[in-house]
Design a protein around this ligand. Sequence first.
Ligand code: GLA
Length: 392
Amino acid sequence: MEYEEIFKKYFPGLTPDNRVFCPYRVCPIGAHIDHQFGIVSGLAINEGIYLYYKARKEALVELHSMNFKGKIIFDVKQDFYINKNWGDYAKAAMNALFDQGYKLEKGFYGAVIGTLPIGGLASSSAVILAYIVVLSRINGISLGSKELIKMAYLAEHKFLGIHIGKLDQNCEIYCKKDYLLYFDTLDNRIVNIKKSEKMPSFRIGIFYSGKSRVLKDSAYNIRVSECNEAATVLKKYAGISWKGTTDNCLREVSKEIFEKYKTDMPDNLKKRAEHYFSETDRLEEGINAWKLGDINKFGHLIFESGDSSINYYESGSPELCKLHCIAKNTPGIWGGRFSGAGFKGCYMAIVDSRYTRQIGEYVTEKYLEVFPELRGKFSVHFCDTADGMTYL
Ligand code: GLA
């Protein structure tokens, strides 16, 4: 069924005015360090969230989703509370606009379509960006990219209470097809680095583990606090002035300080910091490998990033960890890791375009040997890099 037909099915007799599309992203190297103001990399993919909409004169928003049951209805002038259901992403978007001084008068009929299963692809950020764009469009508000990103970040951080960094929104807006996004989350510097001509043709494999979990129900915030605590502890050991326990971040501490004091650190904090510093080094090496078109090296570093997420950041689920083991032994996969935070959801891999069919079959067979109950839920998708959201 055409996506527009899905809108018409939910809203018989209505035709959408328009649609917005926001791509998902994968993060090959630089995982879990954006909330510490680290340096990250990202690729947008040609799958994502469509929001088909028809503006209304009145303030009501009515939403349906292809991925979630039930209909959501709220008033953009007064329903600010968060309900703990899938409509909260729209509410958070509306709250962020309000927080930034924008008054909304008009609502819309909307149909949300996520083209891949949920988990690890930054669908929260994609859907929030889509809601902000639609709400601002129909209310005559014009937003620049920076403001849009700031609001999407606020929506998740302040209104949904997830202590995310700035990776997702920036990738979903600024990525470019065939370019790797290099993003310094401290000073917001972004460089898009073109794929080298020497790089063999690759595709991005997305392996959905068959189990989803949204970030707000995961250990995400606990890990962020541990990183902040690790920074505080290191500053104390080194005699550097420190702020409140939650206000220090690992970017403010040098690797030399970590090396000097790491044996004194509590085990969990030492591991989180180990991940931060090693991931930062891998990122720089990975960028060089990408520039040189050295896909073996680039892929190897992605695998190492995945190992570090498992061993030091301790974020994998049994299903994602299994996929990591399988991917490392699959001919034609250059590198792979959890595509996002790693609390269930999807695994991403850089794969040789010539062997996608064999890779899909091999991974599926090996995975279902271990998790036969996930047959029918586990899925494999091959995608390509894509441009960030076009929203004007
Ligand atoms: C989620 C968060 C991001 C980032 C990644 C892990 O996608 O929203 O800010 O921390 O996890 O790299």
